[in-house]
Design a protein around this ligand. Structure first.
Ligand SMILES: [Zn+2]
Length: 296
């Protein structure tokens, strides 16, 4: 019986499902997870990044091009986060439906408020956040907005299922809202002052009232010299920083050296869905991040 029931369910799905599922490609797993939750049974979602790598430097694979060739919708976090790989793959795909400016290209950053927009741009120093800070996937509030944008665009591309996409996004938003109180309570009253390796924690810190004192990188994507490290150590001592949040894909060397000099504790944190085993979907990812900061 155990084998017969799923097969019967599959057969039923094949009859009732949309004739051609909406084919979606998302850059990071956070967008992939949310797109799948919003798209439900009528969307097929492929995600480019594994979640374990630096989101600025995702390894390009030929399979990504074939997925883009067949896609109806391409979803990016935007603000140049995907600058190192997405534009090249998109051009290579030659899929006109999903090129920049077309209805099959969704830049979720268009609908959210962006932090750290630079007054001047100088990529010669390796500036990775030329359009502002792209790591808003660490803020559940902004990702609730992104879920609504994904539902709207899926509805435009597949009007027959627009109401379902909208309802799915609302259900996801309601789940996030329900978790907010729990996340805030876990971090409340801890007066957490921390530094991170890369400036990817600003939205998270702002949302949950943590004090983000600085970063090991002097600029996004730029590795520090000894003088900068000395200055950071002095600043951490002055401001009583007790925590270093090291994104899981960075080396332990500098965080360890700074921890030794300051007495701060180092925690390894995911910055995307699938960044650790526990971060199995978007809500589990924020759970893992909150628990790491709360010392649980
Ligand atoms: Zn970054």
């Amino acid at each position: 019986m155990k084998k017969i029931i799923p097969l019967a369910a599959l057969a039923l799905l094949a009859i009732t499902a949309h004739a051609a599922p909406l084919k979606v490609v998302a850059t990071i797993p956070d967008l992939g997870d949310i797109a799948q939750k919003v798209g439900g049974t009528t969307a097929e979602v492929y995600t480019m990044a594994s979640g374990l790598e630096d989101p600025h430097n995702v390894l390009m694979k030929p399979s990504m091009i074939s997925k883009l060739q067949q896609a109806d919708l391409f979803i990016v976090l935007g603000l140049d986060l995907e600058h190192a790989y997405a534009p090249a793959l998109l051009a290579e795909s030659r899929n006109q439906k999903i090129q920049l400016g077309k209805s099959g290209y969704l830049d979720c950053a268009k609908g959210i408020s962006v932090r750290d927009v630079p007054k001047s741009l100088d990529r010669s120093e390796g500036e990775q956040h030329a359009q502002g800070n792209p790591h808003y996937n660490l803020d559940p509030g902004r990702m609730k907005v992104a879920a609504g944008e994904i539902a709207d665009r899926m509805g435009q591309l597949d009007p027959a299922n627009a109401a379902t996409y909208k309802a799915n996004a609302q259900a996801f938003g309601a789940k996030l809202e329900a978790k907010f109180a729990e996340w805030k309570a876990k971090l409340a009253g801890k007066n957490i002052k921390f530094v991170s390796y890369h400036p990817d924690m600003v939205y998270f810190a702002e949302r949950f009232g943590l004090t983000h004192v600085g970063t090991i990188q002097p600029k996004p994507g730029v590795e520090p010299g000894p003088r900068y490290i000395d200055e950071l150590i002095s600043k951490m001592k002055q401001e009583g920083v007790t925590l270093i949040a090291k994104e899981s894909f960075y080396s332990d060397r500098l965080p360890g050296q700074i921890a030794k000099a300051t007495g701060a504790r180092v925690i390894s944190v995911p910055i995307m869905v699938h960044g650790t085993k526990a971060a199995s979907d978007y809500i589990a990812f924020i759970d893992a991040l909150v628990n790491a900061f709360a010392g649980q």
